[in-house]
Design a protein around this ligand. Sequence first.
Ligand SMILES: [Cu+2]
Length: 137
Amino acid sequence: MNTRQVSSFAGLLFGALLLGAGCFGSTTPVQTPTPAQVPTTPTSATDGNAPTAPEARITIQSFAFTPQSVTVSKGTKVTWSNNDSVAHTVVGDSGTPGTSGSIAPGATYSYTFTQAGTFTYHCGIHPSMTGTITVTP
Ligand SMILES: [Cu+2]
């Protein structure tokens, strides 16, 4: 055995020791769990979950609007239902809530209030029938 062989053997041994020590001493790195991807659900305005517009109902019965006075918020759709046996109309004294035309028994008339204020109306057929809608901003 000459010196060259010895040194190469020693080198091999040293390398094996290093390798072994490396294996023994190495700890498997703790896998940091990647945070679960929270799916970003796009909220589209057309998925039907949009809040519905507020609504209010007024009954026309016994030649009267019931309730006679209603307070709603701006954007509310008010629907008059004619429960009488004769036709009535809804006519805004100053244009709001429009002019319904004849509301037959069992029929309805709807108007969406887009401006705040106090609006009086009457029945074009029976002027004694009056009502007031107060619209808050
Ligand atoms: Cu009437």
